[in-house]
Design a protein. Structure first.
Length: 94
């Protein structure tokens, strides 16, 4: 599992697009591609999730009015690699 990365601040009414580019990270080996991806939220609603060979995209919108929230992407590749990537935000109503 790759440790959570803090992605910034979210307004409680925000809906923000997120793209995880595994091709830009050293995680995908040459010739390996994303077979499936599942996105789950903790304190955020996740919608519109989809993937192609190297990226996973989705939207997040807070389901709380303040505090830390996160989305975790579980990826399985055609070569059988499997891992989780977690992104965190801070929801602030100011």
């Amino acid at each position: 599992m790759i440790t959570a990365a803090h992605m910034g601040w979210l307004d409680p009414q925000a809906k923000r697009p997120v793209t995880l580019d595994l091709g830009a990270r050293p995680w995908l080996r040459t010739g390996d591609t994303v077979l499936s991806a599942t996105v789950t939220g903790d304190g955020v609603n996740v919608t519109g999730d989809n993937h192609d060979d190297t990226t996973v995209s989705f939207f997040v919108s807070p389901s709380v009015t303040s505090g830390k929230v996160s989305a975790t992407v579980h990826v399985v590749t055609t070569d059988g690699e499997e891992d989780d990537f977690t992104m965190e935000w801070t929801v602030n109503n100011t």
